[in-house]
Design a protein around this ligand. Structure first.
Ligand SMILES: [Fe+2]
Length: 260
C-alpha cells in the first residue's frame, strides 16, 4: 500500500472585529483571504485546526461571520479555545468534527487545553496532562501531534511572554515523558517560531489578523501579511511544516499601539 501522509492545516488568532479595523487591520478581510487560500490550495487537507482567539469584539455579527466562513472549508474541523474565546455558548456550539484518521499514516492528532477562564495567560490542568499521557501510551506505535492555543516557549518580547502558559515548565516536563510525541503546534503569539525540547519540536503559527514579532521590548505590530501553517505528517515520524502568507492589502498595522 502506498503511504499517504497526513495533511493538517493550522490557522489561528482571527480576532474578528465587526465594523471597525483592529489595530489597523480589517480582520474580516484578512480571515476571508486565508480561508480563500485554504479552499483553493488545501481542499485535500485531512483536517483543519482553528487555534483559538476567534472573535475579538464578541459581537453577533463576528460570531456569525466566523461560522459562515468556516463552512467554506469541507475538511473535518477541530477547535482550540483561546483566551479571547470567552463566550461559553459560542464555543460549545461550534460544530467540531470527529476527526478519524482514515489514511494509513502512523500519526495521531491530540488536543491540549490551555484555556484559563478570566485570564490572558494559559494554564494546563494536570488532570488533562495525565489523560494525555495515558492516551499516548495507548497509542504506542503512532507518532503524535498535539495542538494547543498558548505557547510554551518565550518569544523574547516581555509584553507577550507574560501571557505564556503559566505552568510551562511542568507541562514541558510531562510532555517530554510522551515517547511518541514528535510535534506540538500553537497559536497565541501571532508569529512563526520553532523550538526544540528533548527531541520534541514546538512550532507556532502566524495569525490571520495582526502579526507580532519576537525580541521587542514594547508592544509592536509586525508588517508581515496574515498567514497559516501547512503541516505534513510523514512516514517514520518525519514531518514538514510550511508557513504560508496570503497576498493582499488588509490595512496598515497601527504604529505605537497601546495594547491588544
Ligand atoms: Fe491568545
Amino acid at each position: 500500500m502506498i503511504y499517504k501522509e497526513l495533511k493538517i492545516i493550522f490557522l489561528s488568532d482571527m480576532h474578528l472585529v465587526h465594523k471597525d479595523d483592529f489595530l489597523g487591520i480589517n480582520t474580516f478581510n484578512s480571515f476571508s483571504a486565508v480561508v480563500d487560500n485554504i479552499v483553493v490550495n488545501h481542499s485535500d487537507a485531512d483536517c483543519v485546526v482553528f487555534g483559538g482567539d476567534l472573535v475579538q469584539d464578541q459581537s453577533i455579527a463576528s460570531f456569525n461571520f466566523f461560522e459562515s466562513e468556516i463552512k467554506r472549508i469541507k475538511s473535518p474541523k477541530l477547535f482550540s479555545r483561546g483566551n479571547h474565546d470567552i463566550s461559553d455558548k459560542f464555543f460549545i456550539n461550534l460544530q467540531e468534527d470527529d476527526f478519524v484518521n482514515s489514511t494509513n499514516s502512523d500519526w495521531e492528532v491530540l488536543f491540549l487545553n490551555t484555556y484559563s477562564k478570566g485570564n490572558i495567560f494559559g494554564e494546563v490542568k494536570e488532570s488533562d496532562l495525565d489523560l494525555l499521557i495515558k492516551k499516548s501510551i495507548l497509542l504506542q506505535g503512532k507518532h503524535l501531534l498535539i495542538y494547543m492555543h498558548h505557547n510554551l516557549f518565550l518569544t523574547g518580547s516581555p509584553w507577550l511572554d507574560m501571557h505564556i502558559t503559566r505552568n510551562r515548565d511542568k507541562t514541558l516536563k510531562l510532555l517530554s515523558k510522551m515517547r511518541n510525541l514528535k510535534l506540538v503546534v500553537n497559536g497565541h503569539v501571532h508569529q512563526e517560531t520553532r523550538n526544540q525540547y528533548k527531541g520534541i519540536d514546538f512550532i507556532s503559527s502566524p495569525s490571520t489578523s495582526i502579526q507580532f514579532t519576537s525580541n521587542e521590548k514594547k508592544f509592536k505590530l509586525d508588517n508581515r501579511n496574515p498567514g497559516y501553517l501547512e503541516i505534513k505528517l510523514q512516514q517514520e515520524g518525519r514531518w514538514e511544516v510550511l508557513c504560508h502568507r496570503v497576498e493582499g492589502d488588509f490595512g496598515s498595522p497601527k504604529i505605537n499601539p497601546k495594547s491588544y
